[in-house]
Design a protein around this ligand. Structure first.
Ligand SMILES: NC(=O)c1ccc[n+]([C@@H]2O[C@H](COP(=O)([O-])OP(=O)(O)OC[C@H]3O[C@@H](n4cnc5c(N)ncnc54)[C@H](O)[C@@H]3O)[C@@H](O)[C@H]2O)c1
Length: 410
């Protein structure tokens, strides 16, 4: 029997592990990305980002014959995992990456092929942007080409495990096509796979990330309230969570990443006047980097520190133990300082090796030698394992790492 070939389009944080997973589980896979350098790196046998278990999966997929290319191929199934940012002014989705990828696919795809959009899209995007492109080519959806939306739920830091174990959603126009794609993902996905229609799949994915954003915003708002009244927010959350039906998350320096800080905006942009809690939550989470700056100011006054250039931010990524810096609270904080024409703070992140900002350090000890006040923005394992090095520093611990005696918190 001839094995089906899957063409995964977009080999970033989502597309690469997905392509590798299909290949490792017996599919013929061609991974396509228009970034020549990225494809060259993968072809040379090197992964393009760090992730638990990714190298092993990569080697397994290589041994099973995965191919990387800048070309789109003629095949039966395409999985599109390209970026889907939002427009900063309208708050609506910028669907241009998705539509460009779809255009490239329909130039090469044979009749009857299935086009799976894995990228997160705002509700109605496939109707508004994808169907018209296909129909403009004279192709009949449901006959010449089948459309499916299969959004992804994995979390950076635990992607390989979650690809296998999370449940997932498949949205399809046609139940039979939906079941076919469900069978395909079942090759590696051991979680439940729910088949629904495309619009419900689109909305569900965005709702999931919005739910997380709102819950984080509640914790952040509590942190501000407690700070204003000299109460310990962590103690309050700890006790409140002993209630059998309460589960408050932890506050932090803001929300970053490509999902939680982006997807709720789609609802704000598409449902103005209706998405009220969602908008408020976005504003609260976006205000946290400035709130951290305010805390830095208060602490400097209290400790008679006057030199802002001897304040150091620990962590540039948007969460612990990953190298992804997109929309990170530290970058948001630095942008805010730039807007206020304030001097740049010193920054260090053990997982970010390329220069992203001014005064960036690559060595923990050198960084510590040049700062008096350390603001912990990300709780990487590195700092948790070396707490003793912080003994002589003033510390603002926005992540409330346990065991930091005398540290200031949010
Ligand atoms: N990163 C996450 O944690 C995460 C989680 C769930 C869902 N998602 C969603 O998955 C999608 C992809 O996100 P990501 O984090 O993998 O993005 P990414 O930026 O890491 O990767 C996207 C890749 O697509 C490539 N690309 C863009 N347009 C292309 C085209 N026309 N043809 C070929 N290649 C193209 C880019 O070069 C890049 O390598 C987004 O919609 C995102 O919202 C991301």
């Amino acid at each position: 029997m001839v094995k089906m070939v899957v063409n995964v389009v977009g080999l970033g944080y989502i597309g690469l592990p997905t392509a590798l997973m299909f290949a490792a589980h017996g599919m013929n896979v061609v991974g396509t990305d228009y970034d020549r350098d990225l494809v060259a790196t993968l072809k040379s046998g090197i992964t393009t980002f760090e992730e638990d278990g990714l190298n092993e999966l990569f080697n397994d997929a290589l041994s099973k014959g995965i191919v990387f290319s800048t070309e789109y191929i003629e095949t039966d199934v395409y999985i599109v995992a390209v970026p889907s940012p939002y427009d900063k002014f309208s708050k609506k989705i910028d669907a241009s990456y998705v539509t460009a990828a779809v255009k490239s696919v329909i130039e090469v795809c044979p009749k009857g092929a299935t086009l799976v959009i894995e990228s997160t899209v705002s509700p109605g995007t496939i109707d508004k942007f994808v169907r018209p492109i296909i129909e403009a080519q004279g192709l009949k959806i449901g006959q010449d080409i089948h459309l499916v939306h299969a959004p992804e739920r994995i979390i950076p830091g635990n992607m390989v495990y979650e690809l296998k174990h999370n449940s997932r959603t498949i949205g399809a126009d046609d139940k039979i096509v939906g079941e076919k794609i469900k069978a395909l993902y079942s090759l590696f996905c051991q979680g439940d796979i729910v088949v629904t229609d495309i619009r419900h799949a689109e909305m569900t994915k965005v709702v999931e990330n919005t739910y997380r954003d709102i819950n984080i915003a509640f914790a952040n708002e509590l942190a501000k309230i407690c700070r204003s009244d000299n109460l310990d927010v962590y103690e309050i959350i700890r006790i409140a969570n002993m209630h059998p039906r309460v589960n408050i998350l932890q506050p932090g320096p803001g929300v970053g990443g490509h999902c939680i800080s982006v997807d709720p905006w789609f609802l704000v942009g598409d449902y103005p006047g209706l998405a009220n809690i969602i908008l408020a939550a976005r504003k609260i989470n976006d205000s946290m980097p400035e709130f951290v700056l305010g805390r830095v100011c208060e602490i400097m006054k209290e400790r008679n520190l006057t030199d802002l250039t001897r304040v150091g931010l620990y962590g540039l990524t948007y969460k612990e133990n990953v190298d992804d810096v997109r929309e990170s609270p530290t970058l948001q904080l630095l942008e805010s300082m730039e807007r206020h024409l304030a001097p740049r703070l010193k920054v260090y992140d053990p997982l970010v090796k390329r220069e992203l900002v001014e005064h960036q350090y690559y060595d923990f000890d050198k960084f510590l030698a040049d700062v008096d006040l350390v603001v912990i923005m990300v709780s990487h394992n590195e700092i948790k394992d070396q707490m003793d090095k912080l003994n002589r520093k003033v510390i603002l611990d926005t992540k409330n790492i346990r065991g930091l005696e005398g540290a200031y918190t949010l």
